[in-house]
Design a protein around this ligand. Sequence first.
Ligand SMILES: [Zn+2]
Ligand SMILES: [Zn+2]
Ligand SMILES: [Zn+2]
Length: 192
Amino acid sequence: MEQKLIDLPFVNTGTNRATARRAVKMAVPRCDTCQATGRPNWWEGCEHKPYHIRRKTLVESPVVKCSRCDEVLPDDTLEHCGGQDFEIVEIKRKPQIEVTINTAQAVVDDAVNSGQQVDIMRRKGWKLPQELGISPMCQLSRCYRPNPRVRTNFGDYCSELHAKLVALYLEGESVEIFNQRKMRKQIQSINI
Ligand SMILES: [Zn+2]
Ligand SMILES: [Zn+2]
Ligand SMILES: [Zn+2]
């Protein structure tokens, strides 16, 4: 039976096309209590969810008033003063705590030894997101888009463009990011 994986909210930390390296996204363990013991492979016995972190995000929520009585209404109000004469008076940003995994990237720079860096990091306790029930992510460095659909023999990518950027890098071609026309030609000429 195929396990249902959870997609993390998509974060793009800015893809730098000039260094379009392949980078496998992995989960990194961290635990103040167990790490301090200096025990080898401490993450194996850690019972404090070492791969999870809490992060504060801001969600935008509209403040709605009833136009008839001028009262600020609770979020779930469907009707007031016998109708739906509502208006949005402002957008408030409310903090919300979100649990996610502590993600980092294992840079794979050699097409031949593609699995190696992942294995090296694994020995430090890093895990693939799939092992934690999280969807895998695009393997272009700094792109964390979940569920990459473009599969190649040099990794899985969210789009043909991201796969081609890595392919160009592996060919030793520097991508002409400041010359759109040249870059388009490069992208068109590379096969994946
Ligand atoms: Zn622990
Ligand atoms: Zn009202
Ligand atoms: Zn991508």
